[in-house]
Write a protein that binds this ligand. Structure first.
Ligand code: HEM
Length: 166
Protein backbone atom coordinates (compact mmCIF):
# COMPACT_ATOMS: atom_id res chain seq x y z
CA UNK A 1 0.00 0.00 0.00
CA UNK A 2 2.81 2.38 0.89
CA UNK A 3 4.57 1.77 -2.45
CA UNK A 4 1.33 2.52 -4.32
CA UNK A 5 0.87 5.71 -2.29
CA UNK A 6 4.47 6.78 -2.98
CA UNK A 7 3.98 6.16 -6.71
CA UNK A 8 0.72 8.17 -6.66
CA UNK A 9 2.45 11.02 -4.80
CA UNK A 10 4.93 11.34 -7.70
CA UNK A 11 2.33 11.59 -10.43
CA UNK A 12 1.86 14.98 -12.20
CA UNK A 13 -1.76 15.21 -10.98
CA UNK A 14 -0.75 14.72 -7.33
CA UNK A 15 2.19 17.13 -7.69
CA UNK A 16 -0.22 19.76 -9.11
CA UNK A 17 -2.58 19.36 -6.09
CA UNK A 18 0.41 19.59 -3.72
CA UNK A 19 2.12 22.57 -5.39
CA UNK A 20 -0.73 24.93 -6.41
CA UNK A 21 -1.06 26.87 -3.14
CA UNK A 22 -4.84 27.36 -3.05
CA UNK A 23 -5.95 23.82 -4.07
CA UNK A 24 -5.62 21.92 -0.75
CA UNK A 25 -7.06 24.78 1.38
CA UNK A 26 -10.00 25.07 -1.05
CA UNK A 27 -10.66 21.29 -0.96
CA UNK A 28 -10.39 21.20 2.84
CA UNK A 29 -12.75 24.20 3.17
CA UNK A 30 -15.41 22.63 0.92
CA UNK A 31 -14.94 19.31 2.78
CA UNK A 32 -15.41 21.00 6.16
CA UNK A 33 -18.45 23.05 5.10
CA UNK A 34 -20.10 19.93 3.64
CA UNK A 35 -19.70 18.09 6.97
CA UNK A 36 -22.37 20.52 8.16
CA UNK A 37 -24.77 19.58 5.35
CA UNK A 38 -24.26 15.83 5.90
CA UNK A 39 -24.45 15.95 9.69
CA UNK A 40 -27.45 18.33 9.93
CA UNK A 41 -29.40 16.25 7.37
CA UNK A 42 -28.67 13.05 9.34
CA UNK A 43 -29.57 14.84 12.57
CA UNK A 44 -32.94 16.08 11.24
CA UNK A 45 -33.78 12.57 10.00
CA UNK A 46 -32.83 11.10 13.39
CA UNK A 47 -34.88 13.73 15.28
CA UNK A 48 -37.96 12.73 13.26
CA UNK A 49 -37.37 9.04 14.07
CA UNK A 50 -36.94 9.91 17.75
CA UNK A 51 -40.26 11.77 17.60
CA UNK A 52 -38.69 15.16 18.38
CA UNK A 53 -39.70 17.06 15.24
CA UNK A 54 -42.51 17.02 12.66
CA UNK A 55 -44.36 14.13 14.32
CA UNK A 56 -47.51 15.17 12.51
CA UNK A 57 -45.88 14.05 9.24
CA UNK A 58 -44.95 10.53 8.06
CA UNK A 59 -41.19 9.74 8.16
CA UNK A 60 -41.20 9.53 4.35
CA UNK A 61 -41.87 13.29 4.06
CA UNK A 62 -38.85 14.17 6.23
CA UNK A 63 -36.70 11.57 4.47
CA UNK A 64 -37.69 13.02 1.06
CA UNK A 65 -36.69 16.52 2.24
CA UNK A 66 -33.32 15.75 3.82
CA UNK A 67 -31.95 12.62 2.10
CA UNK A 68 -31.07 14.45 -1.17
CA UNK A 69 -28.88 16.85 0.88
CA UNK A 70 -27.31 13.89 2.70
CA UNK A 71 -26.48 11.96 -0.50
CA UNK A 72 -25.48 15.14 -2.37
CA UNK A 73 -23.22 16.19 0.51
CA UNK A 74 -21.60 12.77 0.60
CA UNK A 75 -20.88 13.00 -3.13
CA UNK A 76 -19.15 16.36 -2.64
CA UNK A 77 -17.17 14.89 0.29
CA UNK A 78 -16.15 11.86 -1.76
CA UNK A 79 -14.81 14.15 -4.53
CA UNK A 80 -13.02 16.64 -2.23
CA UNK A 81 -11.81 13.85 0.07
CA UNK A 82 -10.66 11.77 -2.91
CA UNK A 83 -8.66 14.72 -4.30
CA UNK A 84 -7.14 15.29 -0.84
CA UNK A 85 -6.07 11.62 -0.87
CA UNK A 86 -4.47 12.07 -4.33
CA UNK A 87 -2.70 15.20 -3.02
CA UNK A 88 -1.29 13.48 0.08
CA UNK A 89 -1.53 9.70 -0.53
CA UNK A 90 1.31 8.60 1.78
CA UNK A 91 -0.09 10.67 4.67
CA UNK A 92 -3.56 9.11 4.24
CA UNK A 93 -2.40 5.55 3.48
CA UNK A 94 -0.26 5.45 6.63
CA UNK A 95 -2.96 6.94 8.85
CA UNK A 96 -4.94 4.52 11.05
CA UNK A 97 -7.54 7.28 11.52
CA UNK A 98 -8.07 7.45 7.75
CA UNK A 99 -8.71 3.71 7.35
CA UNK A 100 -10.98 3.57 10.42
CA UNK A 101 -12.88 6.57 9.02
CA UNK A 102 -13.31 4.89 5.64
CA UNK A 103 -14.53 1.67 7.31
CA UNK A 104 -17.08 3.56 9.45
CA UNK A 105 -18.12 5.55 6.38
CA UNK A 106 -19.04 2.35 4.51
CA UNK A 107 -21.14 1.22 7.53
CA UNK A 108 -22.77 4.67 7.91
CA UNK A 109 -23.68 4.96 4.22
CA UNK A 110 -25.03 1.37 4.02
CA UNK A 111 -26.87 1.81 7.33
CA UNK A 112 -28.45 5.10 6.24
CA UNK A 113 -29.57 3.63 2.88
CA UNK A 114 -31.12 0.58 4.60
CA UNK A 115 -32.65 2.79 7.25
CA UNK A 116 -34.25 5.11 4.72
CA UNK A 117 -35.54 2.29 2.54
CA UNK A 118 -37.05 0.34 5.44
CA UNK A 119 -38.72 3.33 7.10
CA UNK A 120 -39.73 5.40 4.06
CA UNK A 121 -42.58 2.93 3.47
CA UNK A 122 -43.74 3.38 7.09
CA UNK A 123 -46.92 5.48 6.83
CA UNK A 124 -47.33 5.31 10.62
CA UNK A 125 -46.35 8.43 12.57
CA UNK A 126 -45.00 6.37 15.49
CA UNK A 127 -41.92 4.39 14.45
CA UNK A 128 -40.70 1.05 15.87
CA UNK A 129 -38.36 1.29 18.89
CA UNK A 130 -35.63 -0.47 16.92
CA UNK A 131 -35.64 2.48 14.53
CA UNK A 132 -34.89 4.86 17.39
CA UNK A 133 -31.87 2.82 18.44
CA UNK A 134 -30.66 2.70 14.84
CA UNK A 135 -31.09 6.48 14.47
CA UNK A 136 -28.94 7.11 17.56
CA UNK A 137 -26.32 4.57 16.37
CA UNK A 138 -26.08 6.34 12.97
CA UNK A 139 -25.59 9.72 14.67
CA UNK A 140 -22.81 8.27 16.84
CA UNK A 141 -21.20 6.85 13.65
CA UNK A 142 -21.22 10.28 11.91
CA UNK A 143 -19.70 11.91 15.01
CA UNK A 144 -16.97 9.22 15.11
CA UNK A 145 -16.27 9.83 11.39
CA UNK A 146 -15.87 13.57 12.05
CA UNK A 147 -13.43 12.98 14.92
CA UNK A 148 -11.44 10.46 12.87
CA UNK A 149 -11.31 12.92 9.95
CA UNK A 150 -9.73 15.49 12.24
CA UNK A 151 -7.49 12.88 13.88
CA UNK A 152 -5.82 12.08 10.53
CA UNK A 153 -3.52 15.08 11.05
CA UNK A 154 -2.57 13.78 14.54
CA UNK A 155 -2.43 10.05 13.83
CA UNK A 156 0.75 9.24 15.79
CA UNK A 157 -0.29 11.48 18.69
CA UNK A 158 -3.70 9.79 18.84
CA UNK A 159 -2.77 6.14 18.20
CA UNK A 160 0.93 6.00 19.18
CA UNK A 161 2.54 2.77 17.92
CA UNK A 162 -0.80 1.67 16.43
CA UNK A 163 -0.47 4.43 13.83
CA UNK A 164 0.58 2.98 10.46
CA UNK A 165 3.12 5.78 10.07
CA UNK A 166 4.80 5.04 13.45
C1 HEM B 1 -16.73 10.25 1.31
C2 HEM B 1 -15.47 10.01 1.40
C3 HEM B 1 -14.45 10.83 2.17
C4 HEM B 1 -13.09 10.85 1.91
C5 HEM B 1 -12.37 10.11 0.80
C6 HEM B 1 -12.48 11.72 2.90
C7 HEM B 1 -11.12 12.01 2.94
C8 HEM B 1 -10.56 12.97 3.76
C9 HEM B 1 -9.17 13.40 3.69
C10 HEM B 1 -8.12 12.84 2.75
C11 HEM B 1 -8.99 14.37 4.62
C12 HEM B 1 -7.70 15.17 4.92
C13 HEM B 1 -7.07 14.59 6.10
C14 HEM B 1 -5.71 15.19 6.37
O1 HEM B 1 -4.78 14.93 5.59
O2 HEM B 1 -5.59 15.92 7.37
C15 HEM B 1 -10.25 14.54 5.30
C16 HEM B 1 -10.44 15.41 6.34
C17 HEM B 1 -11.58 15.41 7.07
N1 HEM B 1 -12.74 14.72 6.81
FE1 HEM B 1 -13.10 13.50 5.26
N2 HEM B 1 -13.43 12.20 3.74
C18 HEM B 1 -14.66 11.68 3.33
C19 HEM B 1 -15.86 11.90 3.94
C20 HEM B 1 -15.99 12.56 5.13
C21 HEM B 1 -17.24 12.63 5.89
C22 HEM B 1 -18.56 12.00 5.45
C23 HEM B 1 -16.98 13.36 7.01
C24 HEM B 1 -17.91 13.75 8.15
C25 HEM B 1 -19.22 13.70 8.11
C26 HEM B 1 -15.57 13.76 6.97
C27 HEM B 1 -14.93 14.50 7.94
C28 HEM B 1 -13.63 14.99 7.82
C29 HEM B 1 -13.00 15.92 8.78
C30 HEM B 1 -13.63 16.47 10.08
C31 HEM B 1 -11.73 16.18 8.30
C32 HEM B 1 -10.67 17.13 8.92
C33 HEM B 1 -10.81 18.43 8.19
C34 HEM B 1 -9.77 19.41 8.70
O3 HEM B 1 -9.94 19.89 9.80
O4 HEM B 1 -8.82 19.70 7.96
N3 HEM B 1 -15.01 13.26 5.81
N4 HEM B 1 -11.20 13.69 4.74
Amino acid sequence: MRELAEWLQGTPFSVTIQSVSWVVPLLQSIHIVTIGVVFVSSFMIALRVLGRIRTDEPFAAVWRQFSPWLWGGLCVMAVTGGLLVVGEPVREATSLSFWLKMALLVIAVAGTALFGRSLAAAARVELPSGAKGAAIALLVLWIAIIFLGRAIAYDVEVWGRLSLSA
